[in-house]
Design a protein around this ligand. Structure first.
Ligand SMILES: [Zn+2]
Length: 392
């Protein structure tokens, strides 16, 4: 009974393991993403802004006391770059270090913020402060998990964060991102510097995606309106792991390429084509882990889930090239999804054919020669960073 209560209370929408190869270094970063939003009856708050409304304020970043102020600034600048492009959605970011006491202080900051936002009280998300602390310190993906990831990263000498993720909470009208120790921000010359920026772009892309979904089932009207978050509905709207993660990986690297050309980031020696080539190879390896599952159906728990990131990125690149717009996902696909609340319709109206037709085409194309495949990789214009294609 206890287990059931805990399970329904802290329903994990998805748990993700990303292995992101970072441009410019040979290391890799494992990024856990979990989205812990409770399934349950929730009073609709009728606030002026919700998780899908743009706000004036930039993302609020909260750091564990053992993270240096230089790191604060660098991480804030990464968020500022991506929010300027994708829009500011209400986002709180909590960055753990490796000190236990500071972790507890950060947990108190989280609950103080909830209290200030009116999320604590008998009829609210958390009954009391202890309820809030239990949530944020929950054993599976609470702050302690991210502290452990930081210790693990230090032990193995990782160059870049190995754990970061969107942790849901949109029923309280904000996006919760949690980070483990970001070691790559130490200075401009750090081998993991670009990787840290790229990871911010990736995770914020998930904020952008989720901001274009409405996974609430409501009854009644106005102040009498009762809404319930539905994890399965959110998963359905997000259209599959290949699309969710594939577009995130595609845009994290293309966005980084833009920033190189604008001069906001120091160019790495690894080209975008090399980054995607590496993803092609690792995706191919991952696909062998579950030969009976097609890319379209890969879930986060499958042994080949890495393919959803790596070949998913190729699928995203292919789709964008097909319609001749490297920005198609933010220009049309997600806005259409928001409008129609229908992932099948949004896909068809954006790409001109069904997902089934797309996969029939893509599953053959992905085995074409490298020079043929590379045509779908956009080029970033010097100076402006604007992405375009060289159509022959
Ligand atoms: Zn992701």
């Amino acid at each position: 009974m206890i287990n059931q209560t805990v399970l329904s209370k802290y329903f994990l929408l998805f748990v993700v393991l990303i292995v992101t190869s970072c441009a410019g270094n040979s290391g890799s970063s494992n990024t856990f993403t979990d989205n812990a939003t409770k399934n349950g009856d929730l009073k609709h708050t009728d606030k002026a802004s919700n998780h899908s409304t743009k706000v004036e304020d930039p993302a609020s970043l909260y750091f564990s006391g053992d993270i240096s102020t230089e790191v604060h600034q660098r991480m804030a600048s990464a968020f500022s770059l991506i929010q300027e492009r994708l829009g500011k959605y209400p986002t709180e970011v909590y960055v753990l270090g490796t000190n236990q006491e500071e972790k507890d202080n950060l947990a108190s900051v989280y609950c103080q913020n909830r209290d200030n936002a009116g999320d604590i009280g008998l009829k609210n998300e958390y009954k009391n402060k202890q309820d809030c602390l239990s949530f944020i310190n929950r054993p599976d993906h609470g702050f302690g998990h991210y502290l452990e990831k930081g210790l693990e990263a230090e032990a193995r000498g990782a160059e870049c964060t190995i754990g970061a993720g969107h942790n849901g909470q949109i029923q309280m009208n904000f996006h919760l991102l949690v980070w483990s120790k970001p070691m790559g921000y130490n200075d401009l010359q750090s081998p993991g510097y670009n990787c840290e920026f790229s990871l911010v772009f990736h995770e914020y892309w998930h904020v952008f995606q989720i901001a274009h979904t409405d996974p609430f089932i409501c009854q009644g009207e106005g102040t009498e309106k009762n809404c319930r978050f539905d994890g399965q509905l959110q998963e359905k709207l997000l259209g599959g792991v290949w699309l969710q993660e594939g577009t995130a990986v595609y845009r994290q690297h293309t966005f980084q390429e833009e920033q190189f050309k604008i001069g906001n980031m120091q160019k790495s020696d690894t080209t975008l084509a090399q980054v995607l080539h590496n993803k092609y190879i690792s995706g191919q390896q991952a696909m062998k882990e579950c030969p009976s599952i097609s890319l379209e159906n890969i879930s986060y728990s499958d042994p080949c889930s890495q393919a959803a990131y790596d070949w998913g990125a190729w699928a995203a690149a292919y789709l964008a090239y097909k319609v001749g717009d490297p920005y198609i996902f933010e220009n049309k696909y997600y806005p259409t999804l928001k409008l129609t609340k229908d992932e099948i319709l949004a896909f068809e109206s954006t790409f001109g054919y069904s997902r089934q037709e797309f996969f029939e085409e893509f599953n053959a194309w992905i085995y074409s020669p490298e020079n043929e495949r590379n045509k779908v990789i956009p080029i970033a214009q010097e100076g402006t960073g604007r992405l375009y294609y060289n159509f022959d």
